[in-house]
Design a protein around this ligand. Structure first.
Ligand code: FES
Length: 103
């Protein structure tokens, strides 16, 4: 699958997250405090809430519903009640655009 052009780098603040919908699926794109970009599935693995409504703290995303946490770099579930990891997607930044490999 080709890379999908999701947004401009400037569309996401440092240490923040944005929802991105594509092909009937929802993703979350993160910009870390050290200015790297990451992408995971957009819905919490606990009760399918949009993680883009949550809070980014360092390299963690905290779900807005029950405050479960994931490491958005690896998708690893870090704090209960989440116990199923998030799927992650490779991100490339080129010419100020954030490109996601959804393959
Ligand atoms: S829905 Fe995300 S922690 Fe419960």
């Amino acid at each position: 699958m080709p890379l999908i052009d999701a947004c401009a780098t400037e569309d996401i603040d440092l240490e923040d997250v944005m929802r991105f919908d594509h092909g009937g699926h929802s993703y979350a794109i993160y910009r870390s405090p050290d200015d790297e970009f990451f992408c995971t599935d957009g819905l919490c693995t606990h009760e399918k809430v949009h993680l883009a409504g949550g809070l980014v703290m360092d390299h963690l995303i905290e779900c807005p519903k029950h405050n479960g946490q994931f490491d958005y770099r690896t998708g690893e579930a870090m704090r209960a009640p989440v116990c199923v990891n998030l799927r992650t997607y490779k991100v490339t930044v080129a010419d100020g655009r954030v490109l996601i490999d959804l393959g």
